[in-house]
Design a protein around this ligand. Structure first.
Ligand code: FAD
Ligand code: UDP
Length: 387
């Protein structure tokens, strides 16, 4: 029966679903096999038992500068206008400094990415302003600077700002998230969250940003709803792929596909603690990062993201990061990018390259830190090549 298809796709997340649709529209008969009991991969959302729309695998905000990807996805969803804003919630460690913004319970808050307003909150109105001017003079032609770059600045006052931001934004959060210090992980990772030389307090600055109006799952349902696509849930694709007689797009783990023959690829996993609270709203922002203390990294309140109007109840999620052990039920969320792990991945990639019909696509299969838009762009490119 499996021979009736032109293309076999393992996984119904962004990579698998976008590729499947793009190929189906080019006349290919596509079989999509998904191991979970739902589509959407890690972008899957659903209603909680109290009716709040939640993201089961952590908060997902769509943002891109790629108009082609945005236009393509817009065929399957309308968008809710949403600009993600994040604050850090930290203990007030210097009682002599009066933060420019409000404080409660011995704690204070500042925008993340750390910006000129964060500086005024951290150092007080006057000193914060003065240091802000200094920072702008130090980087006259830049709108942002990475923490690793800032830490190399020899000026003692800039160095003091860099130390402050390192200590209050990056070092503890990164230790929680990766079990390593910022200077020990791939520099592209901390560069995702720069120091902003402006008052722009948006987490992302992309040209297109928003939330699928009726959620991600609805968008995926429409994407996979095509006469040339058959999607089957709760099936491990690996045994079935052996019967494939044409191109296979595999979006799962590369190491698992080859039975871990070169050893397991290292990942970080997350534990999500969801809480339902019987109140309208819990926090002021979509996400609050706990950059200095607490065991969790951040708390997200979904109603801010989704705009859902449902009085008297809200849902939050706390994220705890851990080393991935491969235990049953654990999900590998983040590849740990470093030269050693990249070299191990290269062995699996070389193995995959022995099969001309096998295409590794996606965050797991390519062992990369891709956002949703990057995966969608890669899926569209691959579909074009295969068609
Ligand atoms: P996945 O979504 O992981 O999909 C892969 C699918 O393949 C899964 O459904 C899996 O079950 C299935 N599969 C695996 N092996 C098999 C098998 N053998 N047989 C059948 N099926 C299989 N990106 C953003 O752009 N914005 C955000 O705000 C954002 N927030 C994030 C927050 C968190 C906590 C995390 C972890 C990621 C976030 N991302 C975000 C990244 C985003 O999740 C990924 O870019 C995207 O999900 C990648 O899609 P994918 O299809 O490659 O992988
Ligand atoms: N980061 C940090 N403090 C923060 C936010 C981010 O140290 O308040 C670092 C941390 O190392 C994190 C990386 O920047 O893993 C990328 O952050 P991002 O929010 O992009 O991570 P994601 O949403 O993908 O988990």
């Amino acid at each position: 029966m499996e021979t009736n298809f032109d293309i076999w796709v393992a996984g119904a997340g962004f990579a698998g679903a976008v590729a499947a649709r793009a190929l189906a529209e080019r006349g290919k008969k596509v079989l999509v096999l998904e191991r979970r009991n739902h589509i959407g991969g890690n972008a899957y959302d659903c209603l909680s038992t109290t009716g709040v729309l939640i993201h089961q695998y952590g908060p997902h905000i769509f943002h891109t500068n790629d108009k082609k990807v945005f236009d393509w996805l817009s065929r399957f969803t309308q968008w809710r206008r949403y600009q993600h804003r994040v604050i850090a919630n930290v203990p007030r460690d210097n009682p002599e400094v009066v933060p420019a913004h409000k404080t409660t319970d011995g704690r204070f808050f500042f925008p993340v990415p750390f910006n000129l307003d964060s500086l005024r909150n951290a150092f007080g109105e006057r000193e914060g302003r003065r240091l802000g001017e200094k920072l702008l003079d130090a980087y006259p032609a830049q709108s942002q600077v990475t923490i690793l770059e800032l830490r190399q600045n020899p000026d003692p006052e800039i160095a003091a700002i860099a130390d402050y931001v390192y200590e209050h934004v990056f070092v503890h959060y990164t230790m929680k998230q990766w079990g390593q210090k910022p200077e020990e992980i791939d520099p592209n990772t901390t560069a995702r969250v720069p120091v902003r030389l402006s008052q722009d307090d948006r987490y992302f600055q992309d040209a297109y940003q928003g939330m699928p109006l009726e959620g991600y799952t609805k968008m995926f349902e429409r994407m996979l709803d095509h006469p040339n696509i058959e999607a089957r849930l709760s099936v491990d694709a690996r045994p079935v792929l052996k019967e494939a007689r044409g191109p296979v797009i595999y979006t799962g783990q590369a190491d698992e596909l080859f039975d871990f023959k070169f050893g397991p690829l290292p990942y970080r996993t997350l534990f999500f603690q969801f809480e339902t609270l019987f109140q309208d709203i819990y926090q002021t922002h979509g996400t609050v990062n706990y950059t200095v203390d607490q065991d969790f990294t951040r708390i997200t309140e979904f109603k801010h993201l989704t705009g859902q109007e449902i009085p008297g109840v809200t849902a939050i999620v706390k994220e705890y990061s851990r080393a991935y052990t491969g235990e049953e039920g654990e999900i590998p969320y983040y590849a740990i990018i470093n030269p050693e792990n990249n070299a191990l991945y290269a062995k699996y990639k070389a193995e995959a390259d022995k099969y001309p019909n096998l295409h590794l696509l996606g965050r797991l299969a390519e062992y990369k830190y891709y956002n949703m838009d990057a995966i969608a762009a890669r899926a569209l490119e691959l579909a074009e090549r295969l068609a």
